[in-house]
Design a protein around this ligand. Structure first.
Ligand SMILES: C[S@@+](CC[C@H](N)C(=O)[O-])C[C@H]1O[C@@H](n2cnc3c(N)ncnc32)[C@H](O)[C@@H]1O
Length: 200
């Protein structure tokens, strides 16, 4: 009995060593097949009253082209178009979210006013933006700030909860829904050219 078991174990060991390359390749290809782009920030939607407050703070009008960097389900872009008459571009690395945004744009017959791009915001062309909205992270805002410094004058940047570190905000507002018990949301407004914070 012991001999049968050790013979079986030996057979498994020999098979493993013979086919170890193929086994490794199988696991590697499985890993590759299931790998998806991991976003720098997960999708957490901005509540509607905060979306409205951001767009108001940025004084969005029908003349504006609003870029939401990391657009999620497109709510900021859709609000800018529907409520303020602007045009909008949403950018996200999540293909399912971008697909849902495009489907929603078609259902609302807003394809002429909006565009959704499956792109990394760190490499996106922002030249057309007159308003930029953000709900990202401190790290992502820090990475984006040098790009904002190259934008033409007059671009308004409204950031939900995260500042542009070292830059003087034009205004800071808190948005809390009536009856809402959670901590208020903070919105930072910047206008290009960005002004460094003055040191005392
Ligand atoms: C916190 S959610 C904000 C969604 C939306 N802007 C809002 O305010 O409701 C951040 C979004 O940024 C996207 N994102 C994170 N890193 C990104 C990157 N490097 N390029 C493009 N999108 C990114 C995520 O997929 C996610 O949808």
């Amino acid at each position: 009995m012991v001999r049968v078991v050790s013979l079986a174990a030996l057979t498994v060991l020999v098979a493993l060593s013979l086919f170890s390359g193929e086994i490794k390749q199988l696991f590697a290809s499985r890993r590759a097949a299931t790998t998806v782009a991991i976003p720098d920030v997960p999708f957490v939607p901005t509540p509607p009253h905060v979306v409205d407050a951001m767009l108001r703070l940025a004084k969005v009008t029908a003349d504006d082209m609003v870029f939401d960097l990391g657009c999620g389900d497109g709510r900021v872009v859709f609000a800018a178009v529907r409520e303020f008459g602007a045009r909008g571009v949403g950018i996200d690395t999540n293909p399912a979210l971008i697909e849902a945004c495009r489907t929603s744009a078609a259902a609302q017959k807003l394809e002429d006013q909006v565009e959704f791009r499956l792109e990394d915001i760190l490499a996106s062309d922002l030249a057309e933006a007159t308003v930029i909205t953000l709900y990202l992270s401190q790290e992502m805002n820090n990475k984006l700030t040098p790009r904002f410094e190259t934008l033409p004058p007059g671009v308004r940047i409204a950031s939900h909860d995260f500042e542009l570190e070292g830059i003087q905000p034009e205004r800071v507002e808190q948005a809390s829904a009536i009856g809402h018990r959670t901590a208020p949301h903070r919105i930072y407004l910047y206008v290009t050219p960005l002004t460094p914070l003055s040191t005392p």
